[in-house]
Every structure is written in C-alpha cells, then in structure tokens.
Design a protein around this ligand. Structure first.
Ligand code: BES
Ligand code: ZN
Length: 467
C-alpha cells in the first residue's frame, strides 16, 4: 500500500504546477482580455456572449463541468469541480465577472485596450485586473489540482457573471433559481484591492451604491442664444446650480436625512485604517490633483472607504463638438452615484435625494429622474474562523503579513449571497492602487497574478479545515 502523501508534498505538486505553467497562464489571460466584454454598451452584446462561451470552453478544458446559463441580460457561466458521490465535502463558491467597464477615452491608452501588452511585470488591457486576471488566478489554481491528480478537499462552484459593472441586475434572480445547486458554505471573491505589492489584504467591508440620472428639460429644441437667451432658463445652468447644492464646500452631502442611518466608525476601525500606508504628497501626486479635498475630521482612508459620498459620474448638455455653437440647449443631464456605508439603504437614500432635487428644481424647467442600480453596503467580521483561515493563505502565498481593509468600491451581489444563499463572502483582492481600474491603461501585476494562484491553491485545505 502507498503511504499517504503529506500535506506539504500534496501542495508541492500543485504549487510546482503553477510555477511551471506560469507563461501559459499569462498567454491565457491575454486571450481572455481580447474580448471587448463591455456590459454597459449594447453594441458589445455579442462580444459578451463570445467571451462567456470562451470561458465555458476553458473551464471544460481544465476538467470542470461547465455550462453557459442565459439570463434576461448577459449570460452567467457556471462551472463546478467534478463531484465524488461518496462523501460531502465543504462547498464554496468562487465569484467573478467577465464584463468590463467602457474603455473610453481611447486616445489616452498607450496601446489599444483589447490588445494585451506585457511590459515588465504588468499586463495591460481593459479587464486585466478588474476582473479577468483575478478570477482566472482561481481557475488556474484549481486547474493545478485537477491536472496533478491532487484531491481537492472542497467542492467548488464558479459563478462568473457578465453584469457586475452595471449592477448585477439579473444575478439575484439567477441565485434564487439555482439555490439548490448553490448549497454553499461561503463565497470567495478576488475583485478588490491591496494597498501595496507586499501587502496582501482581506477586505471586510464594502460600500454600497445607488445610481440615478437627473435630466432637466427646457425649450422644445436648441435655440439661438442671441435671439432668445435671457428670456428663458438655460437647463445646463439650472442643472449646475442644483447639483452645486448637493454638497457643502468640504464634500459633506447636503441632502436632508442623508446621514441618518450612518453607523459611526468605531475606535478600533479608525485605528486599523490609521495603520495603512499613507503619504499625503505621494497620494496627491498619484491622483494628479493640485490639492486634496474631503470631509473634515476624516483621514483620506476613512473618506474613501468608510464615509458615504455623492459623485457626478457624467454631465451632458448642449454642443460638445469643435469650436463654438451659440445655443440655449434644450436639455441637460447628469449621471450620479452615491456610495453608501452601513446601515444606509439604497432605496431610502434615493428617496431622500429625489425629494431634495424636486425641492431644488426651479419652475422654469421640467425635472426627470431615472433611478438605476442599487446595492447595500457589506460587512463581515475579520475574526470569523473563515477569515482567519483566509489570512493564513494570504500570508503564505505572499510571504507577507496581510492587512484588514474596508474598501470604497462595491460588488453589488455580495449582500444577495447572504440573503439568498445564507453565505458570507471572503474578499481577497489582488488589484494594486495603480492598476488603473476603470481608467485608461488598466493593467494587472503578474507577480500578483502568480501569488493569487498560490493563494487560490493554499486556500482550500485551510477553509476545509474550518468547521
Ligand atoms: N472590482 C470592483 C469593486 C471594487 C474595487 C471593490 C476596488 C473594492 C475595491 C468592481 O468591479 C466594481 O467596479 N464595481 C462597481 C459596481 C457598480 C457599477 C454597481 C463599482 O464599485 O463602481
Ligand atoms: Zn469594476
């Protein structure tokens, strides 16, 4: 009889496979990011579908049972490790998204967004970091188990969706429909960040979000501003005046009731956030702004991860081509999002903002408000045994002490995982602050890609041991 292989020997086979295949994993990510899977833009619908098909094929080629699940929006890719009937193992979900943010403005990209370029230890392409590279690291880790004949101590289901960047509107219903098959113990997501390369992180809080579009409608057509200007309101001007009243000079949101449900930061949390690296000058330069801005009495880390905000994401009106055109525009519109913290709720906050906008709107224009996606803020205790086990995997994979983070971004579906599946989420992100997520020249760090795969491999025995 063969002696049972020790844990270290088993992991060595998996880790060696990951090291040996590193170049082919980079090639695979290059292939993946070539799909312009921009979920916000209807002209890319077929590209999303092609991308999802590619992913299904890839999952099958590494030994997973995979299928494409159509939804009312973009398809979901569902892939599972082959099940052994004899005993029930702990079951985890790995979530990711194959959709990406719009790449515009194109002219600011050094090379085209969907033509991957490797420079040093960076792979440049839209979606490389957010989120294709990050969940591909997990797929590669599982491939290493399957291809080396190493038994996984857990059952895994990958859920990779195509609508995260537009609010995950169809994934909630999908979860409800597939609830029986998704009888999971917890979810693992790598779609967040780490403060620096040598600083792996477990994110235990995310902000929620609420989106709306505000349109002011004035004259029935654009009018000659010399002939008519002065006798009627200008919707662009009226909109700017309204928007300007939504925050005070330090960035505090000036909507009545907006802060009603905000749970203040605890002393412990402020202490944790204060331990994160921060250099005001370097941060200002990194952002490219002449001076920082934000609520008084809160640090930059607090402002960007643990305080609620209101931002204008887009502002449109009138003539925007070359040269000038003297008109009073017929309409003006703004896309807004609010970031929310515990215990704010998207619907309540949106109602407060709508009420306030109606009160601010002058009678000289008509107001139209369209509400968009919404997601609740998320929190998970870092002292939970699963979190502690995950910290161990991060520590070993990165050979560095992990930090605990609350982050400002949102992953809309995580609160639904809890509500629909009863599952907590471990956020183990691999993105760096200079990865340019949502910006031109997005890149993914190839050392983080490799460390992410190791983390993905080391995670499962550790999580399986938590009972
Ligand atoms: N990967 C991000 C979320 C993220 C980034 C969380 C960094 C924490 C740190 C995700 O792809 C994202 O961008 N989500 C959107 C969701 C929105 C469109 C509903 C966001 O936060 O803007
Ligand atoms: Zn994103």
């Amino acid at each position: 009889m063969r002696a049972p292989r020790s844990f270290a020997t088993i992991m060595n086979a998996v880790l060696e496979y990951l090291a040996r295949q590193e170049q082919s994993f980079v090639d695979r990510l290059c292939e993946y990011v070539r799909f312009p899977s921009v979920s916000a833009q209807p002209q890319h619908k077929a590209d999303l579908e092609a991308c999802a098909h590619w992913l299904v094929n890839h999952c099958q080629s590494i030994g997973l049972e995979a299928r494409l699940c159509p939804t009312a929006g973009h398809p979901v890719v569902l892939a599972r490790t082959p099940r052994t009937a004899d005993r029930r193992k702990p079951h985890f979900m790995v979530y990711g998204h194959y959709d990406v943010q719009p790449p515009e403005p194109f002219e600011l990209w050094k090379t085209p967004p969907f033509e991957p370029r490797v420079e040093g230890r960076s792979l440049f392409a839209r979606g490389a970091s957010d989120n294709k590279g990050q969940h591909l690291a997990h797929l590669n880790a599982v491939e290493a188990y399957l291809k080396t004949g190493t038994e996984l101590p857990v059952d895994l289901t990958f859920v990779i969706e195509g609508e995260e960047e537009v609010g995950s509107g169809h994934l909630g219903p999908f979860l409800r429909e597939h609830r029986r098959e998704l009888d999971i113990d917890a979810v693992v997501i790598s779609d967040t960040g780490m403060p620096a390369k040598s600083m792996p992180a477990l994110t235990y809080g995310l902000r929620g979000i609420a989106a709306l579009e505000v349109k002011l409608i004035g004259p029935s057509r654009d009018l000659h501003s010399g002939i008519f200007g002065g006798s009627l309101d200008n919707p662009a001007m009226a909109l700017c005046q309204m928007l300007a009243k939504l925050r005070d000079k330090n960035g505090r949101v000036a909507v009545p009731g907006f802060y009603d449900d905000v749970v203040p930061l605890t002393r412990y949390e402020r202490q944790q956030l204060a331990r994160l690296p921060y250099n005001e000058r370097a941060y200002r330069r990194f952002l490219g702004v002449p001076q920082l801005f934000g609520e008084k009495r809160f640090t930059a880390w607090e402002q960007r991860s643990a305080r609620p905000t209101l931002e204008i994401n887009g502002l449109t009106s009138g003539y925007q081509g070359e040269g000038s055109k003297t008109i009073v525009p017929s309409w003006a519109s703004a896309k807004l999002t609010l970031r929310l913290v515990p215990d704010q709720r998207p619907q309540r906050v949106l109602n407060a903002v709508k009420r306030h906008l109606k009160a601010l709107c002058p009678p000289t224009v008509r107001l139209e408000i369209t509400t968009g996606h919404g997601a609740e803020p998320y929190g998970f205790s870092p002292t939970h045994p699963l979190a502690q086990a995950a910290l161990g995997a991060l520590r070993e994979a990165f050979d560095a002490e992990p930090v605990l983070l609350r982050e400002g971004g949102s992953i809309p579906i995580v609160t639904e995982f809890k509500k629909v599946l009863g599952a907590d989420t471990l956020l183990l992100g691999l993105a760096l602050p200079d990865d340019n997520a949502h910006s031109p020249n997005e890149k993914f760090d190839l050392d983080n890609y490799a460390a992410g795969m190791r983390m993905g491999a080391l995670l499962w025995p550790r999580l399986a041991a938590v009972r």
